[in-house]
Design a protein around this ligand. Structure first.
Ligand code: HEM
Length: 531
C-alpha cells in the first residue's frame, strides 16, 4: 500500500536528481521559465513543509536570504513573504505572467516557438482574456451560464444502471461501471464505479459544451480520455523538461493524445470561423450553441492574424484551464463529504431549502437555486474551502521586467529584471501553525461567526487557491458555481459508499494544479434513501 510520506520522499529524490541534470544540461533559452525551476518549486515546497534537516540545508545553501529561497539568480521561490499580494499586484510593466504563459504555450500545449508567435501572444493575450473574464469572472454571467447546463437533470443520470455502453452517459464510460442490481420499480438499483473517473468526467460534460457546444463533444468521442491523458501524464513530463523523444510509453501516448486534441481544436476553430463569417460550417455542424466567449475570442484571433492552427493551440489552453482543476476539486469535495462521518446528513439538511426534491420514485430535483446555494450554505462553502486547502496546489509565477525593490523582514532586497519568482501558495496550507492538524479534513476551521450579525461566515483568510495579483484565476466565479451546484445535486440524489465497506481515501500525488489520488476509489452508488 502506498503511504503518503514514502511517496513524497520518493518524489523528492527523483526530482532532486532531475533538477541536477536539468540545471547542468538545460538549453539556455532567453525568457522561458527554466525546466529546472519547476522542479525547484516542487522541491522547495516539499522541503519547507516537511521541515527538519533538509530544510536547514536548503536555507543554508540558498543564494539570497529572508523570504527568497533558491539557488540561482534566474529563479527564486518566495516563501511566506508578507508583501506577496502587493508585489503580485504591480503593473505588468514591472512584473509579468507573459513569459510563463509563452513557456506553457510552447513547451506544453504544442505551439511552435517563434519570435512572431511570441509577439502575437503578447499583443493578444489581454484581449483574449477579456471575453473569458466577462463570463467566467462575473457573478451574474457565470450563474446564467451554469443554469444553461441543467445540472439537476444531468445529476439525475449520474449513474444510469445500464450495462450497455450505448445506453450509458458519456461520463460513465471510463468509470468501470458494474451493475450489481438493475434499477426496477420494485427494487432500487446498485452500481459499482470508479469515483474519480466518474466525477471528473461528469464535470467535464457540464462545462465543455457550455463553451464549445454539444457538436464538439459528439464529434470527438475520445475527447475525455485524451484530455486526462494529456493533463495527468504528458503535462508534468514536459514541464520538467523531459525530451519528447524519451523512449517512454507514457510520453508517446501523451503526445498522441495532444496531437488529437490539437487537431480537433483546430477543426473546431475552422468551424467557428466559418460560422462567424456566415458560411456553412464543415460537416454541416450545428454551431448554434457556441458560446459568446469562443466567438469573441475568434474575433480577436482574426484581428491579430492568428492562423487557424494557432487558434487551436490558444484555445487548448482555455479548455485545460476550464477543466483541469475544477473537476479534480469536485471529486475531492465529494470524497471528503461522503467519507466524513455525519457530514452528508448535515449538508443535506443545510442545502434542502435550496434544492427542492420531488416525492416521486426515483426522486428528482424540481428546482435548485444556485445563487442561494453559493451564498447561504456556510457549511457547504466551508467544505469547499477545506477541499481547496487539502487539494489545490496553486503557484503564482512571474517574470521581473523592471528591477523591483522589496521590503523583506526589515531588509531591502532587489529583484533584478530577468528573474522569475514563484509563490507556492500551498506551503501555508500544510503549515500546522496556521491550520492545526493540517492533514485532517476539518471544514469547521473556515466557519466563523460574523462579528456584526453573529451568523456563520466563511472567509478565505490565508488560503489562495486562485493565485494572486493581476494574473489571478479568471474562471473562479464559474468554477465555484459549477462545483457547488454539481456537488450539491449529487449529494441530494445519491448515496455513495466504499465498495470495500470502509472509507479509506487514497494517498495524494502532485498534479498540474490539484493533487491527484494515486489510485481511484471504488464505490457503490444507489439512489438516496430519503430521510
Ligand atoms: C477549482 C478550479 C480552479 C482553480 C483552483 C484555478 C486556479 C488557477 C490558478 C492558481 C491560476 C494562476 C494564478 C496566478 O498565476 O496567480 C489560474 C489562472 C487562470 N485560470 Fe483558473 N482555476 C480554476 C478554474 C478555472 C476555470 C473554470 C477557468 C475558466 C475558463 C479558469 C481560467 C483561468 C485563466 C484564463 C487563468 C489565467 C489568468 C491570467 O493569466 O490572467 N480557471 N487558475
Amino acid at each position: 500500500m502506498v503511504n503518503s510520506n514514502n511517496l513524497y520522499e520518493l518524489i523528492a529524490v527523483v526530482l532532486f536528481t532531475w533538477l541536477l541534470y536539468a540545471v547542468i544540461f538545460a538549453p539556455k533559452k532567453h525568457n522561458l521559465f527554466p525546466v529546472w525551476a519547476t522542479i525547484e518549486v516542487a522541491l522547495t515546497s516539499l522541503i519547507i513543509s516537511s521541515g527538519g534537516f533538509a530544510r536547514r540545508i536548503l536555507l543554508s545553501i540558498r543564494r539570497y536570504g529572508g523570504s527568497l529561497v533558491g539557488l540561482t539568480s534566474k529563479h527564486q521561490v518566495l516563501v511566506n513573504f508578507p508583501g506577496a499580494e502587493r508585489l503580485m499586484s504591480q503593473s505588468y510593466h514591472s512584473i509579468s505572467a507573459g513569459p510563463v504563459h509563452y513557456t506553457l504555450f510552447t513547451r506544453v500545449f504544442g505551439a511552435n516557438d517563434s519570435p512572431a508567435l511570441k509577439k502575437k501572444l503578447e499583443e493578444s493575450y489581454k484581449s483574449l482574456l477579456a471575453p473569458v473574464e466577462r463570463t467566467y469572472l462575473n457573478e451574474a454571467a457565470a450563474g446564467a451560464v451554469i443554469e444553461k447546463a441543467d445540472v439537476p437533470k444531468m445529476a439525475a443520470s449520474f449513474v444510469t444502471f445500464s450495462s450497455n455502453r450505448k445506453s450509458m452517459m458519456r461520463w460513465e464510460l471510463s468509470a468501470a461501471i458494474r451493475v450489481i442490481t438493475p434499477d426496477t420499480p420494485d427494487k432500487p438499483g446498485v452500481v459499482e464505479a470508479n469515483l474519480q473517473s466518474l466525477v471528473r468526467d461528469f464535470g467535464f460534460c457540464i462545462s465543455t459544451p457550455l463553451l464549445y457546444g454539444q457538436d464538439f463533444m459528439d464529434r470527438y468521442p475520445q475527447l475525455l480520455d485524451d484530455f486526462w491523458r494529456f493533463d495527468n501524464d504528458l503535462f508534468p513530463l514536459l514541464m520538467i523538461g523531459l525530451p519528447k523523444w524519451a523512449p517512454l510509453k507514457i510520453m508517446k501516448d501523451g503526445l498522441a493524445a495532444r496531437a488529437r486534441l490539437l487537431d480537433q481544436m483546430e477543426a473546431l476553430y475552422r468551424r467557428i470561423d466559418q460560422y462567424q463569417r456566415g458560411d456553412s460550417a464543415d460537416f454541416g455542424a450545428d454551431m448554434s450553441d457556441i458560446s459568446n466567449t469562443a466567438l469573441e475570442r475568434n474575433k480577436v484571433y482574426e484581428r491579430e492574424n492568428w492562423s487557424i492552427k494557432d487558434r487551436g493551440v490558444g484555445d487548448l489552453t482555455l479548455l485545460w484551464g476550464l477543466n483541469a482543476n475544477t473537476h479534480p476539486v469536485l471529486f475531492w469535495l465529494l470524497a471528503y463529504t461522503y467519507s466524513t462521518p455525519g457530514l452528508l446528513e448535515r449538508l443535506r439538511e443545510e442545502t434542502a431549502p435550496h434544492i427542492k426534491l420531488s416525492q416521486a420514485h426515483p426522486p428528482e430535483i424540481k428546482s435548485m437555486d444556485i445563487a442561494t446555494l453559493c451564498r447561504d450554505c456556510p457549511l457547504l462553502k466551508a467544505c469547499l474551502f477545506e477541499t481547496y486547502r487539502m487539494s489545490v496546489e496553486a503557484t503564482s509565477i512571474r517574470y521581473i521586467t523592471e528591477p523591483i525593490s522589496i521590503e523583506d523582514g526589515g531588509c531591502k532586497r532587489e529583484l533584478k529584471s530577468g528573474m522569475f519568482i514563484s509563490v507556492p501558495h500551498s506551503i501555508i496550507q500544510r503549515d500546522s501553525s496556521v491550520y492545526a492538524d493540517p492533514d485532517t479534513f476539518v471544514p469547521e476551521r473556515f466557519l466563523e461567526a460574523d462579528p456584526e450579525t453573529g451568523k456563520p461566515a466563511v472567509r478565505y483568510g490565508k488560503l489562495k487557491p486562485w493565485g494572486m495579483g493581476t494574473a489571478m484565476c479568471k474562471g473562479r466565479k464559474f468554477a465555484e458555481k459549477e462545483i457547488v451546484s454539481a456537488g450539491a445535486a449529487i449529494l441530494s440524489l445519491w448515496d455513495i459508499d466504499p465498495a470495500s465497506g470502509t472509507w479509506k481515501l487514497p494517498a495524494m500525488a502532485p498534479g498540474t494544479g490539484v493533487k491527484k489520488p494515486v489510485e481511484d476509489i471504488r464505490v457503490v452508488i444507489k439512489r438516496r434513501v430519503s430521510s
